[in-house]
Write a protein that binds this ligand. Structure first.
Ligand SMILES: NC(=O)c1ccc[n+]([C@@H]2O[C@H](COP(=O)([O-])OP(=O)(O)OC[C@H]3O[C@@H](n4cnc5c(N)ncnc54)[C@H](O)[C@@H]3O)[C@@H](O)[C@H]2O)c1
Ligand SMILES: [Zn+2]
Length: 363
């Protein structure tokens, strides 16, 4: 499947295809009238040994002129220091403004590659080849790029969409189960915010069945990538429709931050956030109480937590108050009304938020 995403920098195509990595060289040739003046493949120490050789093979003739950079895996490498390293490698290889950067990896690699591509020589082209479920359904789509500072995540970055996104769901065959779960929290988020049928499909499967079924995986990735693509096409810069994607993330981010980013993976925090936000919606009379139960059951089915027993409620609340989504005294949430429908709500009712937080902390 192919679809286009609109952006101020021009539309770009997303391709979802099993075995699609093999078409990387042809994709580059089709994108560019002339071959790129140079090419660098950016990956990490987990992904490059698994898929780097296939990616270079797929580059065909271009491979001879392609260098490779490997970064350490994980969020700890998403720094300004790594960004500098990547830019210096581009410079040392003598790459000019017609060079191309190819990101082969999870969201850390695509955020970093996009950010380097945004700033190196004031902007070069890049292509995303996402390899984690989270990157295939979320991070590689939409043009947000960036790195972290000690003061906070994604504080340095730019909107710099890739020229193309090449999604090969077969690359997920090597993805560890915990990383599948991370991505599935976002998949459940999409199901709640805009795909009730997907919600039902997920409720009829489980993690092992999904991982073992490449066709089902492809369909799932395609659906979610298209959903995110449509939302980003409608609202590239977070002004309206894109706020729907914050579902589960207002409580989720506060929980992650309050627990020092170690107790909960991002996916786990989002799962807890989805349930707590459905609970908050019910307390505000915006949703039926059954919705939170239904979402919790689906998260639990995929091994995701639905509560954070014993978590320091005051601490989570202080991170909520510091959230950039805060407007005056109110906190802005994207709340689920029913499966397939969300609403952005500025919540001023402190009692309801407190009750939802206390529910989240219960054993
Ligand atoms: N730009 C955006 O719009 C956006 C959206 C969501 C998330 N993000 C960012 O994405 C990052 C998280 O992405 P992520 O979860 O992919 O993290 P990640 O890049 O750290 O990948 C997770 C782990 O899986 C490994 N991995 C990836 N693909 C693999 C494969 N096919 N086989 C084996 N191992 C594989 C990686 O080496 C890493 O250890 C965060 O930094 C987040 O801020 C960005
Ligand atoms: Zn997320």
């Amino acid at each position: 499947m192919n679809f286009e995403i609109e952006s101020r920098a021009g539309a770009y195509a997303v391709t979802v295809e099993r075995g699609g990595l093999g078409a990387l060289g042809r994709l580059i040739a089709a994108l560019r009238r002339g071959a790129p003046s140079g090419l660098l493949l950016l990956s990490d120490d987990n992904v490059e040994p698994l898929h780097g050789a296939a990616a270079r093979r797929a580059l065909g003739e271009l491979a001879a002129r392609a260098g490779t950079i490997r970064i350490a895996p994980g969020e700890a490498a998403k720094t300004v220091a790594t960004l500098e390293c990547v830019c210096r490698r581009l410079a040392a290889a003598g790459l000019d403004r017609r060079a191309l950067l190819v990101a082969l990896g999870g969201g850390v690699v695509s955020d970093l590659a996009g950010c380097a591509a945004a700033v190196y020589q004031r902007g070069i082209d890049w292509i995303a080849v996402p390899t984690s479920l989270l990157a295939q359904v979320d991070a590689a789509i939409g043009g947000k790029t960036g790195v972290d500072l000690p003061e906070g995540k994604n504080l340095v970055g730019a909107f710099h969409p890739p020229r193309a996104v090449l999604i090969d769901p077969d690359l997920l065959a090597t993805l560890p189960a915990a990383e599948w779960q991370n991505g599935l929290a976002e998949v459940i988020k999409y199901a709640v915010l805009g795909a009730p049928d997907l919600f039902q499909q997920l409720a009829a499967a489980d993690l092992e069945r999904l991982r073992g079924d490449a066709e089902r995986t492809r369909a799932l990735v395609e659906r979610c990538a298209a959903l995110k693509g449509a939302i980003c096409s409608a609202d590239e810069r977070d002004q309206g429709a894109r706020l729907a994607l914050n579902l589960g993330h207002t409580f989720g981010h506060a929980l992650e931050a309050a627990t020092g980013y170690v107790a909960f993976s991002h996916g786990a925090a989002v799962a807890v956030g989805l349930v707590a936000e459905a609970d908050l919606a019910a307390r505000l009379g915006l949703a039926q109480p059954a919705l939170a139960k239904e979402i919790a059951a689906l998260c639990a089915r995929y091994g995701l937590p639905v509560r954070a027993p014993g978590v320091d409620v005051q601490r989570v609340r202080s991170f909520l108050a510091a959230d950039k989504k805060r407007v005056g005294a109110a906190v802005r949430f994207t709340l689920p009304l029913r499966l397939g429908e969300v609403r952005v709500v500025e919540v001023e009712q402190v009692d309801a938020v407190t009750a939802a937080l206390e529910g989240l902390a219960r054993a």
